[in-house]
Design a protein around this ligand. Structure first.
Ligand code: MRU
Length: 327
């Protein structure tokens, strides 16, 4: 069994799975204009870097079909969440298609389809990293709900599982909105993949105990030098992994690479509402809160990047290979 696809385009209608309600309720909503898609992205109803790129591509296609101003639509979508590069990448791709007089609905479908294919390739390259009896740790949700089909960090897990490899996954709950416990854990349950949920703060203890063989996380953006921007807590995980000698892999499609940005410190980190941290607990009302949604893992802490082009130690390799394979 698998989880429902988070984004569907059916008979000219865009359907988004409301991920705030998961896993308790499976509800699809139908945004009818760009503003509603922007709201869905901001409120994490659709989330995960590649998924918000796909949603933005369909939003641009809807705007085009409705005869709306596409420059304005592009600006609104870009602003929805600042950190994941896939959002701007998808918007730029749709504007490029517009300038070539292409059908934007076909182009949005192509973005979605390519996303699926990239996840499969990431899975094929990454599955051999998981050995029989292996113990893998992951953070946040970089699974099918964040992308298409197999996800990125989870793609090697799905394919290793299909190949009959028995292994175990430790899932960080991922404070503050629990994408690990609500989403990744649900996905792995549906797929029948053996896993254990842990508090984010338990990861170091498990590594010290020798209970983790490797870590695989997703990414919202990988800058030209290989710095990786991902869900808050990833950096602490990478530093801890380095200390304990645990290999740390970043799984990402090339649409997550941002060669135009030199380093992670040049990336805008989204600050989210305080209520996500306080959870409405009355005792902390009025307390000052910081809620950065992402952090930067320095390139030197990344063992390798699992991309659709292979497992690469140097992200520059991926950019070079991609520029050779693209017309
Ligand atoms: O705030 P979110 O839930 O959108 O954060 C998601 C992540 O950080 C994922 O790891 C990342 O987007 C990669 S998804 C394949």
């Amino acid at each position: 069994m698998s989880v429902p696809a988070p984004i569907r385009w059916e008979n000219g209608r865009l359907l988004l799975l409301d991920q705030r309600r998961l896993p308790g309720r499976v509800v699809f909503e139908e945004p009818k204009d760009v503003e509603s898609v922007v709201r869905a992205i901001r409120q994490l109803r659709v989330r995960g870097a590649p998924a918000i790129g796909v949603a933005a591509a369909y939003a641009m296609a809807m705007a085009w079909r409705n005869g709306e101003d596409l420059r304005q639509a592009a600006a609104a979508l870009r602003q929805a969440r600042p950190t994941a590069v896939n959002l701007g990448w998808a918007v730029d791709r749709m504007l490029a298609a517009l300038s070539r007089d292409m059908d934007l609905i076909d182009e949005a479908r192509a973005v979605h389809e390519e996303d699926r294919a990239m996840c499969e390739a990431i899975g094929r390259h990454g599955a051999p990293l998981i050995e029989p009896g292996g113990r893998v740790l992951t953070h946040c949700n970089a699974g099918a709900l964040a992308v298409s089909h197999l996800g990125t960090a989870t793609a090697p897990m799905y394919l290793a599982h299909d190949a009959g490899i028995r292994f175990h996954v430790y899932v960080d709950e991922t404070r503050p909105v629990l994408q690990g416990s609500r989403l990744t854990s649900w996905e792995l349950t549906q797929a029948g993949i053996d896993h254990t949920l842990i508090c984010d703060s338990a990861a170091a203890h498990l590594m010290a105990d020798g209970a983790i063989d490797l870590i695989i996380v997703g990414a919202d953006r990988v800058t030209a030098n290989g710095d990786t921007v991902n869900k808050i807590g990833t950096r602490a995980l990478a530093i801890t992994a380095d200390y304990h000698g645990v290999p740390f892999y970043v799984a990402c499609p090339s649409s997550t690479l941002d060669p135009a940005t030199a380093t992670g410190s040049d990336v805008e980190i989204e600050e989210r509402p305080a209520a996500e941290v306080t959870g409405g607990i009355p005792a902390v009302a009025g307390v000052k809160v910081r809620n950065p949604a992402f952090d930067v893992t320095p390139a030197e802490l990344v063992t390798a990047y699992v991309t659709e082009l292979g497992i690469l130690e140097d992200i520059g390799d991926c950019l070079r290979r991609k520029s050779v394979s693209e017309p």
